[in-house]
Write a protein that binds this ligand. Structure first.
Ligand SMILES: C[S@@+](CC[C@H](N)C(=O)[O-])C[C@H]1O[C@@H](n2cnc3c(N)ncnc32)[C@H](O)[C@@H]1O
Length: 335
């Protein structure tokens, strides 16, 4: 929904002529009726002869110079944080299951851990950053088991939801292991809005070797994907590896969204060909392998491996086994 002309006037009071739309409260007309009683269209001005005319707008810049689009994009980001905060208030740490496949699939991280295990503190140091860490379902099972290795320097995480970060901090405190606790740094942050590498997350912290982003980019507007990846890449060492996993176009959920949209256009608002709004307000974009490859290549990565993976996932609520399809890839940041 676009803001009404009145709304624009309050943001840009100097750009419109004063008499365009009355700013003071309703006045009574001579007939004793308030202007609302006469029900003339919103934003229109009534002349003495009783005809409605459109307000005179001297300066159309709010509509033509992208200010309105920028306003709408910012509004979306504010709403986006609110939706995720609400999600985590409702589900706390129980929204997602631990992702036990990460170490198996993130081959380079697995190799670094193995090497560190055998090098007894003499090996190369490494750090891992989880972008959109939520409540830690991707990194915490691995970090709890191997975070004590002296080669593992830092475990960093950021998320748009301050509620998620707060819950995750409590989980880390509950680890009851000072050595692990000291290595973890978390911050509520939205890379659509700010740089990550100059944020307090990287205060006295070197760029990282490993990054993961698991089911995060799908909920960021498509027009921000490149910016977000650039900002995450700026936190990495050259030669570092990025692990990506997200929904694929041919996934079962994408079909469901499409069907829901056909039966009830209000239920799932499609904002581009493959992006839908979930009923809880968060976005869900479905990726093709080509799209992910093009995105990472443009930002300066080389493909190690990328493709669709199929998994049978149990939906306990519906008591069903569902075939889910994801796009998964590993990408090296070029020298
Ligand atoms: C499906 S959850 C996945 C969480 C975690 N990566 C995992 O594997 O369990 C998606 C996460 O992305 C976060 N997120 C969504 N948009 C974000 C943004 N613009 N910046 C940072 N985090 C974001 C959400 O708050 C949420 O925690």
């Amino acid at each position: 929904m676009y803001p009404t002309p009145q709304f624009i006037i309050y943001i840009f009071p100097l750009s419109l002529r004063q008499e365009a739309i009355p700013l003071e409260g309703p006045k009574m007309s001579r007939s004793g009726k308030s202007p609302e009683d006469t029900k003339h269209p919103r934003g229109m001005k009534r002349t003495r002869s009783g005809t409605d005319i459109a307000p005179f707008v001297e300066d159309y810049r709010p509509y033509t110079s992208g200010i309105l689009q920028r306003y709408l994009l910012h509004k979306h980001q504010d709403d986006h944080k609110t939706h995720w905060d609400f999600y985590y208030k409702q589900n706390t740490v129980n929204g997602y299951k631990d992702r036990h496949y990460i170490l198996r699939e993130f081959v380079e991280l697995g190799a670094a851990i193995k090497k560190a295990e055998s090098s007894k503190g003499e090996g190369d140091q490494f750090s891992w950053m989880e972008a959109g860490c939520g409540v830690g379902n991707a990194f915490l099972p691995i970090f709890s088991e191997y975070g004590h290795l002296p080669e593992w320097e830092h475990m960093l995480g950021f998320d748009i939801s301050s509620v998620a970060v707060g819950l995750l901090e409590k989980k880390i405190d509950a680890l009851d292991n000072k050595c692990l606790q000291q290595k973890v740094k978390l911050i509520p942050l939205d890379p659509c809005e700010v740089e990550v590498h100059t944020s307090p997350l990287f205060k006295e912290v070197e760029p990282v070797q490993f990054v993961s982003m698991v089911f995060v980019l799908c909920s960021i507007p498509v027009e921000k994907h490149e910016l977000v990846l650039r900002r995450v890449a700026a936190c990495m060492k050259k030669g570092g590896v990025f692990f990506f996993r997200d929904y694929a176009v041919s996934d079962h959920a994408e079909e469901r969204f499409r069907n829901r949209k056909e039966s009830n256009p209000l239920a799932a608002v499609k904002s581009d060909n493959n992006t839908f709004t979930r009923t809880n307000g968060t976005l869900s974009h479905f990726f093709s392998v080509e799209e992910v490859t093009a995105l990472f290549t443009k930002v300066g990565f080389e493909v190690v491996q990328v493709g669709e993976v199929e998994r049978e996932v149990q939906n306990t609520k519906l008591n069903l086994n569902l075939e889910r399809k994801f796009v998964q890839g590993r990408f090296v940041l070029k020298e």
